[in-house]
Design a protein around this ligand. Structure first.
Ligand code: SF4
Ligand code: SF4
Length: 344
């Protein structure tokens, strides 16, 4: 790995791993932090899905398209284009003077994220709410299972027509074992089909208890190379691969879509993907209800890093289109290709 990339990754990992304030003390009972609920999604499980994003992930992938998902506490993001400081607004500065810097002659503000990190849940929520123009967004608000399901259930007509349902994503949903299990069980009680999107890094007990209430699993396998996995994401792949093996053994009935984001410099070779396909074939492949999809690297998360006061660790790297197409063809030839690949 280039030394400049290594230092960017380490800098971002250090910034994004600092604990936020004493937010857990003020969390309502039986709630988790949700940073988004996305409706009408077509790419995160069968049919039309409603995706619930839970905050917090143990990994730190530098290409993460949802950097606001990574830390376990609440945060505030700031989009300068929406800020009306130039028209005289100073509400956020009045609400928390120590966390906002203004410079004469500029139309924007700068947030002191280290200061914001020390606010408790109520304080940071109130701070974000002061903004009249949505330049400030609170990333992570506590929701209970029934509150989430009430929102999800409004999309039931789409689920019924399309074979869709609820997908719980993150962050890493398995980091919220008890809450996740209740959410999935509650969805089933309401007749809603369920899926999770997971990086697989969690105690197997968390996956096992979720699996009792799952109809579909989207499971990321990023690399078969343990050292590379550790270097790029902060953790090796042993636990992830073991979890997937055990899931296949314990729940052959659950369809599993394995996905690999193809990242320049990390796993962008046909050999990397061939190793993953070999692993999946070794577990039974299509007979074990496994399908596979390589995902094209994109930079959709870049603006979100800036909104959180972070630099985008991947810099300006680009994925070679021809190489991705060859990887995609290998996936098609493997007999494990996900349906979506045939229409890509
Ligand atoms: S596992 Fe997913 S959510 Fe977690 S850091 Fe990586 S890309 Fe982001
Ligand atoms: S409250 Fe919002 S619009 Fe006003 S200065 Fe702060 S960020 Fe900008």
């Amino acid at each position: 790995m280039q030394s400049s990339l290594v230092s960017r990754i380490l800098e971002d990992r250090s910034r994004s791993s600092k604990p936020t304030g004493e937010w857990r003390k003020l969390m309502p009972k039986d709630s988790a932090l949700v940073f988004n609920i996305q409706h009408y999604s077509l790419h995160d499980g069968p049919g039309i899905r409603t995706i619930v994003f839970l905050k917090g992930c143990p990994l730190r992938c530098p290409w993460c398209s949802n950097p606001e998902s990574q830390r376990f506490g609440p945060e505030v993001s700031y989009v300068a284009d929406k800020c009306i400081a130039g028209m005289g607004c100073d509400r956020c500065a009045l609400a928390c003077p120590g966390a906002v810097r203004t410079a004469p002659g500029t139309d924007t503000i700068t947030l002191d994220h280290e200061r914001l990190d020390r606010l408790d849940l109520n304080e940071i929520t109130a701070f974000a709410k002061t903004c009249p123009s949505k330049a400030l967004t609170l990333e992570g608000r506590p929701m209970r299972v029934d509150e989430i399901l009430d929102v999800v259930e409004r999309d039931e007509v789409f689920f019924d027509r399309s074979g869709g349902g609820l997908t719980v994503s993150g962050g890493e949903p398995l980091s919220h074992r008890t809450f996740l299990t209740s959410l999935l069980a509650g969805a089933h009680d309401r007749g809603i089909s369920t899926a999770i999107e997971t990086c697989g890094y969690a105690p197997y007990a968390s996956l096992a208890s979720a699996a009792e209430h799952l109809d579909y699993v989207l499971f990321d396998i990023k690399s078969m190379n343990d050292a590379k996995h550790r270097e790029w994401t902060g953790f090796g792949n042993t636990r992830i691969l073991d979890n997937f093996r055990r899931l296949c053994a314990d729940h052959p009935e659950i369809p599993k879509l394995v996905r690999t984001p193809i990242i320049p410099g990390f796993n962008d070779s046909r050999e990397d993907v061939a190793a993953i396909l070999d692993f999946l074939h070794g577990l039974g492949g299509a007979d074990a209800n496994i399908t596979y999809q390589p995902l094209r690297y994109h930079r959709f998360g870049e603006g979100k890093y800036h909104a959180l006061g972070r630099n985008y660790p991947m810099g300006s790297v680009k994925l070679d289109d021809d190489l991705f197409n060859a990887i995609r063809d290998d996936a098609l030839a493997s007999g494990l290709a996900a349906e979506a690949l045939y229409h890509d």
